[in-house]
Design a protein around this ligand. Structure first.
Ligand code: ZN
Length: 111
C-alpha cells in the first residue's frame, strides 16, 4: 500500500474519531406508529389514529432477529448509544472506502 499524504491525513482523522468513540449499542433503533389487526379500532378510522409512536430496538441475538420495545425512559437513555454506533459505522465505512481507494490505485496498470 502506498497512501498519499492526503490519504494518510484522512486515515489519521478517521482514527481520531474512532479513538474518541463512546459506548455503542448493536442493532437499529426505529420509532414508528402502526395500525393493529382489529378492524373496528381507532387506527382504522377515517382519519386513522395510529398506535404509538413506539421505539423499537432490533438486533441479532445468536443469529435470530429480536425486536424489543423501549420505554420512553429507555429511549432517552439509549438514544446517544445508538447515535454513537451510527457514527462508528460511518467512520468505519469511510476508512474502508479510503483503503479500497489506496489498494485500487496500487493495482492499476502503470501508464
Ligand atoms: Zn388499532
Amino acid at each position: 500500500m502506498k497512501p498519499s499524504p492526503a490519504q494518510r491525513a484522512a486515515r489519521d482523522r478517521i482514527a481520531a474519531g474512532l479513538a474518541a468513540a463512546g459506548f455503542a449499542l448493536p442493532g437499529t433503533l426505529t420509532v414508528r406508529s402502526y395500525a393493529c389487526g382489529k378492524p373496528s379500532c381507532r387506527c382504522h378510522a377515517v382519519p386513522p389514529r395510529l398506535h404509538g409512536p413506539y421505539a423499537e430496538w432490533t438486533r441479532k441475538i445468536g443469529g435470530k432477529t429480536v425486536t424489543r420495545r423501549l420505554s420512553p425512559a429507555e429511549l432517552t437513555q439509549y438514544q446517544p448509544l445508538f447515535d454513537n454506533a451510527k457514527k462508528l459505522r460511518a467512520l468505519l465505512a469511510e476508512l474502508q472506502d479510503l483503503t479500497l481507494e489506496i489498494i485500487e490505485a496500487d493495482s492499476s496498470p502503470e501508464p
